[in-house]
Design a protein around this ligand. Structure first.
Ligand code: HEM
Length: 537
């Protein structure tokens, strides 16, 4: 009975006059008059929480739910704000207003690794994401690309499989490294369309020096449409003003240990110091023919590139990153890219991988960002006027006006039957949609998995080849299953015997049998243009 009366949160608030929003931490500390140092004045007291403990509950409840799921891929990333300036060189092929001469568009760019978790190291051997959100006057355009110009697979249904193979083993959840384990090599040696992307990963491109020194690629072929409605097929490229630079493997390993935030820090420090990184956006252009091929290369096959010697990259604008995010969660974590975010003048093609991606992004963000209204988050919000008919739902923040959320209607404001009501809206080009409904057969070249990897290998300088041999030897050396190593070596023999024999020697395994025939590069391409040499030279 003599114990002092237990204070409740509410009596405490009354006695100190504390503002409810100040929160519980402040309640426990107050400045010492003499030292100015904050000291605890109200240590916690044992006892049960009374019903009046609702402020405790509110704070703990919010804290308990601070985490959201990390991205299922590309979980680790770093981002920056910037501006994109159009050169006006693309106006003949696209009506996209942000590409007009001197048009300035705010952008947000997120770079990422693909397979590591949110806390993984930056300098691991992996593909890097290079995703750009353009807040154009005509709505958001997302260019969701990578730093490697081709992809592992041609068919979206294999995407969960290749990711499951690359992520840590389900039993022990190791390793974090993409390619140093059995399931990765099991997959890429059984699905040989992955050979090209894997070879780029094993090259110096798999360990960039900095995000600032990476190229970016849209990978798929897109369709640009001009004011006359004419289409042009294009591939997008980002070219860093600082040039392309990579680490060597030993540097990458040391950096991963000494500073796992190496790339994140490099990007933020450079921007803070005023050394704003820049990239030129460029396009390779191809006639929009029904075959959708160029120089014998299938433009709908994302495992193939078009050599720049055959179709030069034409610069169409300049990207400058000039501001760091002020809140990682609100910006870098909550940003939601989607390949279906298009503006008038930019359309997708029937690349089967791109078509699969059109489903995936919104679907995953529905879970990751908790309901259908993540487009209203500040970082995702378009800077253009919105006239969608989307209403209500979890986390709705807009207060919609009007009574007729459907179109056309004759109640809310002007009459949408009037000509021009769709001005500025993204509208697919009917001719091409009609054409694409006739699903095209995959060309035979979809099954040609070694010609372009061989082209890449032949274009490498001797030191670059040494790096590739060392990378395959190191990564395959982590496999437990001998049969997988042997199968992977047989694939390498289809790229080049020098590569397969050297890696086999490094693994203390017999050299694989030579394939009956090596596929030479496209006949139209003069190898000398690539600086490569034939093995017999
Ligand atoms: C992120 C799916 C292929 C580039 C993601 C995410 C998913 C996904 C689910 C997480 C998105 C989020 O949580 O917000 C797929 C599927 C693919 C595919 C199903 C194939 C069928 C590709 C390709 C590229 C690519 C070919 C490159 C051209 C990216 C990038 C991100 C990403 C850069 C990270 C975006 C960010 O920074 O938030 N992808 N992806 N993906 N994907 Fe893909």
């Amino acid at each position: 009975a003599n114990r002092p009366k237990r204070e409740t949160w509410s009596s405490e608030r009354k006695s100190t006059g504390m503002n409810r929003n100040v929160g519980l931490l402040t309640r426990r500390y107050s400045p010492s008059h003499r030292t100015g140092i904050k000291i605890a004045v109200l240590p916690p007291k044992p006892g049960r929480i009374l019903p009046e403990g609702h402020h405790l509950r509110e704070k703990i409840m919010h804290f308990d739910h601070e985490r959201i799921p990390e991205r299922v891929v590309h979980a680790r990333g770093a981002a920056a704000h910037g501006v994109f300036q159009g050169y006006g060189t693309a106006t003949g092929v696209t009506k996209a207003a942000f590409l007009a001469k001197d048009a300035e568009t705010p952008v947000f760019v997120r770079f990422s690794t693909v397979l590591g978790s949110r806390g993984s190291a930056d300098t691991v051997r992996d593909t890097r994401g290079f995703a750009t959100k353009f807040y154009t006057d005509e709505g958001v355009f997302d260019l969701v690309g990578n730093n490697i110009p081709v992809f592992f697979i041609q068919d979206a249904i294999k995407f969960p499989d290749v990711i499951h193979a690359g992520k840590p083993h389900p039993d022990r959840e190791i390793p974090q490294a993409q390619s140093a384990h059995d399931t990765f090599w099991d997959f890429v040696s059984l699905h040989t369309e992955a050979t090209h992307h894997t070879l780029w990963n094993m090259s110096d491109r798999g360990i960039p020096r900095s995000y600032r020194t990476m190229e970016g690629f849209g990978v798929h072929t897109f369709r640009l449409v001009n004011a006359e409605g004419d289409g042009t097929l294009v591939k997008f490229h980002w070219k860093p003003k600082l040039g392309v630079h990579s680490l060597v493997w030993e540097e990458a390993q040391i950096a991963a240990g000494v500073d796992p935030d190496f790339h994140r820090r490099d990007l933020a420090d450079a921007i803070e110091a005023g050394a704003f990184p820049q990239w030129e956006l460029g396009i390779q252009t191809f006639p929009d023919t029904p075959e959708q091929t160029f120089a014998g290369i299938d433009l709908l096959d994302p495992t193939k590139l078009v050599p720049e010697e055959l179709a030069p990259v034409q610069p169409i604008g300049l990207l400058t990153l000039n501001a760091n995010p002020s809140n990682y969660f609100a910006e870098t974590e909550q940003v939601a890219f989607h390949v279906g975010h298009l503006v008038p003048g930019i359309d997708v093609t029937d690349d089967p991988l791109l078509q699969g991606r059109l489903f995936s992004y919104l679907d995953t963000q529905l879970t990751r960002l908790g309901g259908p209204n993540f487009g209203q988050l500040p970082i995702n919000r378009t800077h253009a006027p919105v006239n969608d008919m989307l209403r209500d739902g979890m986390h709705q923040t807009a207060v919609h006006r009007g009574v007729a959320p459907y179109r056309p209607n004759s109640l809310d404001g002007g009459c949408p039957f009037l000509a021009g009501a769709d001005a500025g809206a993204f509208i697919e080009v009917p001719a091409h949609v009609a054409e694409s409904r006739k699903v095209r057969e995959a060309l035979a070249s979809f099954d040609d998995h070694f010609r372009q990897p061989r082209l890449f290998w032949l274009s490498m300088t001797p030191p670059e080849r040494e790096h590739i041999i060392a990378a395959y030897t190191f990564e395959l050396g982590k496999c437990y299953e001998q049969a997988i190593k042997e199968r992977a070596l047989a694939i390498l023999a289809n790229i080049d015997p020098q590569l397969s024999d050297r890696v086999a020697a490094g693994l203390s395994l017999p050299a694989p049998a030579a394939p009956s025939r090596l596929l030479d590069p496209e006949p139209s391409l003069a190898l000398s243009q690539l600086g490569g040499t034939w093995p017999s030279d």
